[in-house]
Design a protein around this ligand. Structure first.
Ligand code: ARG
Length: 461
C-alpha cells in the first residue's frame, strides 16, 4: 500500500525477504491497542473528526474480529492500515497522522514484551515457591554439598534447593527493575525527529499504561536496550535453570540415586525398556543455548547502527519473543518436575565429615593447618570412627569424634547461611516471593486500568 504511487509492485522475492508479517503475530494485539490510543488522542486534539474517529474505531473492531490470519502486507502495521482504509475509506487515511511505523513498532514491541515479561515474572515466582515447598519437606534430608562434583561437606537438600531459589530471586528483582525502565512510550516520535502537528504524547502514554513518553524521539525509535536487557534476564534465568537441570540429570542417575522423577515428567527409550530419562531437564539445558544465542544476536544487531531507525531492528523482535516464551515455559515445566519428584538421602562416606572433624580439633586448640594435616593423613589411611579416635586421641575423646562425625548434628551447628539456617532461608524466600507478587500485581493493575480507560475513551468518541 505504501509503495503504490511511488514504487509500484515489489519483486516477490524482495517482498518475501523484507516482510515481518508472520513474526508480527506477536504484536498484533499490541498494534490494535496502539492504533486505538493514537486514534483517541488524534480525535481529542482535533486532528481527526469525532465522526471520522468512530468510523476508524469500527474498522479496527472489524480487523480484530477478522483476526490476524486475514492480514496481508509487508508487516502488521501496513496490513492493518490497509484494511482500515478499505473499511473506512478516505477517513481511514487519517489514522497514520503524526505517526510512523518506526514509533509504532517500537511501542508495540514494548507492549508485547511487557506482557510476556510479566508472564516470565509470574512463572519465576511460582517456580521459586515450588522449590521452597520441596525444601520445606527436606530440612532434615542429608545430602553432600559437592565441590568439583565430589562430596565436600554434609548439608541438607533444603539448603541446596534454597540456593537455587536465591539465584532466581535475583532474576525476579532484575525483571521488576527492567520493567520500570521498559515502560516508557515511544509513540509520537514519528519517523525519528517527531512532528509539527499538535499531538499529546502524555495522553497516548497514559492510555497504553506507560509511565511517561520516552524523552528523546530519536532514542525512542532507535533503541532496543529494553529488549537486550530482557534477553539478558532470560539468559540469566535459563542459565540458572540449566544448572538446576544439570542437578536433576545427575541426581537421577543410578550412581547418585538421589532423585526419582514422577512418571509424568520422565521419558523412556525406544529400545531400552528399563529407561526413565530426564529429557525435560536436558531440553532446558539445551534451550539455554537458544536463549543465550538470542542475546548475542540482539547485541550484535544494534551494535553499529547509525541513528536512528534502521530496518535491522526488525530482526531483533523474534529473538526477544522467543527468549521470553522459552524462559517462561522452562521455568514452569522444570519446577513442576522438581516439585513432583521423590528424593532420597544418598550414601555418604564418613569422610564427608572431614572438615567438621578438623574443626573439632580447632575447638580443642589445635591450629587449623595442623588439624587439616592430621585429618588429611587419616583420610589416606581409612576414615572409620575407631581409626579416627585412635589417631586423634591426644586431642579428642571417642565421644568427641562421634559427635563431630554426626552429620545431623554438624549441619545444625553451621553458622548463618549454612544448612542450619535453611528454615530461615526458606522463610526469607517466601516473604520475598510475596512482596514480588505484590509488585507484580500492582504493575498488572496499572496495565488493566489503563486498558479500561482506553475502552472508555473509545466509547466516548
Ligand atoms: N516491520 C518493521 C519493524 O519491525 C516496522 C517498521 C518499518 N519501518 C520502516 N521505516 N521501514 O521494524
Amino acid at each position: 500500500m505504501y509503495r503504490e504511487e511511488r514504487l509500484g509492485e515489489a519483486d516477490e522475492e524482495a517482498l518475501g525477504f523484507t516482510t515481518s508479517l508472520e513474526e508480527d503475530e506477536w504484536i498484533f494485539e499490541a498494534d490494535l491497542a496502539v492504533d486505538r490510543a493514537h486514534l483517541v488522542m488524534l480525535a481529542e486534539n482535533g486532528l481527526v473528526s469525532r465522526e471520522g474517529a468512530r468510523e476508524i474505531a469500527d474498522a479496527l473492531a472489524r480487523v480484530e474480529e477478522d483476526g490476524f490470519d486475514e492480514l496481508q502486507g509487508e508487516d502488521v502495521h501496513e496490513a492493518i492500515e490497509g484494511r482500515i482504509v478499505e473499511f473506512a475509506g478516505r477517513e481511514g487515511g487519517r489514522l497514520h497522522t503524526a505517526r510512523s511505523r518506526n514509533d509504532e513498532v517500537a511501542t508495540c514491541v514494548r507492549i508485547a514484551a511487557r506482557r510476556d515479561a510479566l508472564r516470565v515474572l509470574k512463572e519465576l515466582l511460582d517456580a521459586r515457591e515450588r522449590l521452597l515447598d520441596v525444601a520445606e519437606n527436606h530440612v532434615d534430608t542429608l545430602v553432600p554439598a559437592y565441590t568439583h562434583l565430589q562430596q565436600g561437606q554434609p548439608t541438607t537438600l533444603a539448603h541446596v534447593l534454597s540456593s537455587h531459589e536465591r539465584r532466581l530471586a535475583r532474576d525476579a528483582e532484575r525483571l521488576l527493575d527492567a520493567l520500570e525502565r521498559l515502560n516508557r512510550s515511544p509513540l509520537g516520535s514519528c519517523a525519528s525527529a517527531s512532528t509539527t502537528l499538535p499531538i499529546d504524547r502524555e495522553r497516548t502514554a497514559e492510555l497504553l499504561a506507560f509511565e511517561a513518553p520516552v524523552a528523546n524521539s530519536m532514542d525512542a525509535v532507535s533503541s532496543r536496550d529494553f529488549a537486550t536487557e530482557l534477553m539478558f534476564i532470560c539468559s540469566s534465568v535459563i542459565g540458572s535453570l540449566s544448572r538446576l537441570a544439570e542437578e536433576v540429570v545427575v541426581w537421577t542417575t543410578s550412581e547418585f540415586d538421589m532423585m526419582e522423577l514422577d512418571d509424568r515428567f520422565a521419558t523412556t527409550s525406544s529400545i531400552m525398556p528399563q529407561k526413565k530419562n530426564p529429557d525435560i531437564a536436558e531440553l532446558v539445558r539445551g534451550k539455554a543455548g537458544t536463549v543465550h544465542g538470542n542475546l548475542q544476536s540482539g547485541l550484535s544487531i544494534v551494535k553499529n547502527l547509525p541513528l536512528s531507525y534502521n530496518r535491522d531492528l526488525q530482526e531483533m523482535t523474534p529473538h526477544l519473543s522467543e527468549s521470553l516464551r522459552v524462559a517462561a515455559e522452562s521455568l514452569r515445566v522444570l519446577s513442576r518436575a522438581v516439585e513432583t519428584a521423590e528424593y532420597r538421602e544418598p550414601d555418604m562416606d564418613l569422610e564427608v565429615g572431614a572438615t567438621d572433624l578438623a574443626e573439632a580439633l580447632v575447638e580443642k586448640g589445635v591450629p587449623f593447618r595442623e588439624a587439616h594435616a592430621l585429618v588429611g593423613d587419616l583420610s589416606r589411611r581409612g576414615f572409620g570412627i575407631e581409626d579416627a579416635a585412635d589417631a586423634l586421641e591426644e586431642h579428642l575423646s571417642r565421644g568427641d569424634v562421634g559427635e563431630a562425625l554426626d552429620f545431623h548434628r554438624s549441619v545444625e551447628l553451621r553458622v548463618d547461611g549454612g544448612p542450619g539456617s535453611s528454615e530461615e532461608l526458606i522463610r526469607t524466600g517466601e516473604e520475598e516471593v510475596e512482596s514480588h507478587r505484590d509488585d507484580m500485581r500492582s504493575f498488572q493493575e496499572k496495565v488493566s486500568s489503563a486498558h479500561e480507560r482506553l475502552e472508555e475513551a473509545l466509547a466516548e468518541l
